[in-house]
Design a protein around this ligand. Structure first.
Ligand code: ARG
Length: 587
């Protein structure tokens, strides 16, 4: 076990020990330790404890101080105000802590694994077959990917599920059209680029739609196709498969552009649950969880009513016998709980689908598929807005194509990289441009809390000043350049040296990485990690402004500062990786 006890928990432990010695009845009381501006930490828990024990808080605080072990981790502890404790840790403890992190052979910077990992099935990156991907799909993919990285880093067993929209009535129309115009998708998958695949699908979709709207007989044939598809008629299925395959070429090209690993085996779309739908409905009906209403199979909820005051049901099966989105999601729950043995079901889906998930989860609870031991949670995300604060649309009012946005981000980022580039070749500029551009898009998404809307503003996203990924990437690259100048060998720590304020602040923040990661993973909150990293880069910048590294007072001090640079860079690199963002060595 290479995990490192953080300074926060070391101080916490010493305080808790002193507290239970001073006040035995409060053996496991929380001293409420916080980082503070006045000292390194402040403990605010004494006040409430003293009140409970009916003693004077300042006296209790003084007794705790008298019993605290100092000298190793805690350098100084004093009572302040009505009974707070201000705690300063020793310079040595800071440097030794960072040295232990740097020495972690697992390369995890001493971050411990979660004590009780479980299995999480995460549903994210779920575009729809034969349709363009839009910014909503971007959010699900970007947030989901980061949450996967965070959870896996804490040791959670993560099963990824890309619940793509690959089933439903529109396929009747598409398949019928393709069947009547068989040469339209006649090519080997390997010969088609993502862009071509999408334009093929788009063309087919439009042509099929035109025919469907103008030709009654085609409409009838298309409807019959839906029935064939759901019944699994082999020829119809083969045609359907062509659409899925063509779409996947396109999806994979977008995910690749997003620098994101999506595995084919994890794509289990709506169609994957087709065999379970009838049984799901039967179980719901037999248990009385769902009832027939005007021919449809419905689940009702006391607290869910429409604007007219009438209850809004979850429709599991339509009156024509067709199964919809809800039946698929309920079947997926059964699969994820009973076959995949999930303890947690996580759905990274647009907030506009929150009512759907509320009803689906409640139905699954009533049916006994979601027991007390399983958590189901929608990590709901807000809408992407244009610069004008309205939902993001093209000037013509159409949804913006995701690929166009990504290409523009890469183009803007390449311009920024080119302008600053000193010793980069054209090929390097192109590569860094992509890493910076995609990083900018991801970071803008991940740095606000997921449930909030955010503005898609490329000017802001690729700005070098402010809370952007470019700022973080430059901080990282600058550190690498210093380390290269210093000779490129891994610098050693010198715990015997005293530290300046800027060094202490940086060191204490590096130490907080483990706690930040644990919190971000537990709360599915990548934005907390993003905020941490931005703060880290800012603290590094002020350290660098105030403390000469290569021209420090002694060779030991130079090496210790290089060591600080190195451990900061490794923390930045690891943190950015958990957000799915690259940190180029040179920029
Ligand atoms: N394909 C859906 C959409 O584009 C998202 C699927 C969400 N996941 C789910 N299990 N329903 O809106």
């Amino acid at each position: 076990m290479a995990s490192v006890t953080s300074l926060t928990s070391a101080v916490h432990q010493r305080l808790a020990n002193a507290l239970s010695a001073a006040l035995p009845e409060s053996a496991d009381a929380d001293p409420l330790l916080r980082r503070s501006d006045r000292a390194d930490f402040q403990a605010n828990g004494i006040l409430a404890l003293a009140k409970k024990a009916k003693t004077n808080p300042r006296e209790l605080a003084a007794q705790v101080v008298a019993r605290v072990t100092t000298g190793d981790v805690i350098g100084d502890i004093e009572v302040s105000g009505p009974g707070f404790l201000n705690i300063t840790v020793t310079d040595r403890a800071i440097t030794e802590n960072l040295a232990a992190r740097a020495a972690d052979a697992d390369g995890r910077l001493g971050v411990p694994y979660a004590e009780h990992p479980g299995t999480t099935v995460i549903d994210y990156a779920q575009p729809n077959v034969a349709k363009e991907m839009h910014v909503g799909h971007l959010r699900s993919a970007v947030i989901g990917d980061s949450v996967v990285q965070l959870l896996e880093f804490t040791g959670e067993n993560v099963v990824r599920r890309h619940h793509i929209g690959d089933w439903g009535t529109q396929f009747g129309m598409l398949i019928q059209y393709l069947d009547e115009h068989p040469h339209e998708l006649d090519h080997k998958a390997s010969e088609v680029t993502g862009e071509e695949a999408m334009s093929n699908l788009d063309r087919l979709y439009k042509a099929a739609r035109r025919l469907f709207d103008s030709d009654e007989e085609f409409k009838t044939r298309a409807r019959r196709r839906v029935v064939d598809l759901q019944a699994g008629e082999p020829h119809t299925l083969a045609m359907w498969q062509k659409f899925v395959d063509e779409s996947k070429i396109y999806f994979f090209s977008v995910f690749e552009k997003l620098d994101m690993e999506i595995r084919d085996a994890d794509i289990v779309g709506e169609s994957g649950y087709n065999d379970m739908l009838a049984e799901t409905c039967r179980l719901l009906e037999e248990s009385g969880v769902a009832v027939r209403s005007e021919g449809a199979l419905c689940v009702f909820f006391d607290d869910i009513k429409g604007p007219d005051g009438n209850p809004v049901p979850l429709i599991v099966q339509k009156s024509d016998g067709g199964y919809g989105y809800a039946a698929t999601d309920l079947s997926a729950i059964r699969d994820r709980v009973f076959n995949l043995k999930a303890n947690t079901l996580l759905y990274v889906v647009d907030a506009r689908q929150s009512l759907h998930f509320k009803m689906v989860f409640e139905t699954a609870r009533r049916a006994g598929w979601l027991g007390e031991d399983v958590t189901a949670y929608q990590l709901a995300f807000g809408t992407v807005l244009g610069k004008d604060g309205k939902p993001f649309k093209t000037r013509e009012g159409e949804t913006v194509r995701l690929v166009d946005l990504l290409d523009e981000a890469i183009e803007r980022a390449s311009a920024v990289v080119r302008e600053k580039a000193q010793d980069l070749s054209e090929a390097e500029i192109a590569e860094r441009g992509a890493q910076v551009g995609i990083g900018a898009v991801k970071y803008a998404d991940l740095s606000t809390s997921a449930n909030r809307d955010y503005k898609f503003d490329l000017d802001q996203m690729v700005s070098l000043n402010g809370d952007t990924s470019v700022y973080l990437q430059y901080a990282y690259a600058r550190i690498q350049s210093i380390l290269r100048k210093a000779g490129g060998t891994r610098p050693a720590a010198h715990p015997e040296l005293g530290l300046t304020e800027a060094e202490r602040a940086l060191g204490l923040h590096v130490d907080a990485f483990a706690e930040t990661v644990a919190e971000a993973a537990k709360e599915y909150a990548p934005h907390k990690l993003a905020a941490y990293l931005y703060h880290l880069a800012s603290l590094y910048t002020s350290f660098y402004d105030k403390c000469p590294v290569l021209k420090a007072e002694t060779p030991q001090q130079t090496e210790n500062r290089l060591f600080l640079c190195d451990v900061t860079a490794r923390t930045l690199h690891q943190g950015m990786a958990l957000l799915g963002i690259r940190t180029p060595e040179r920029l």
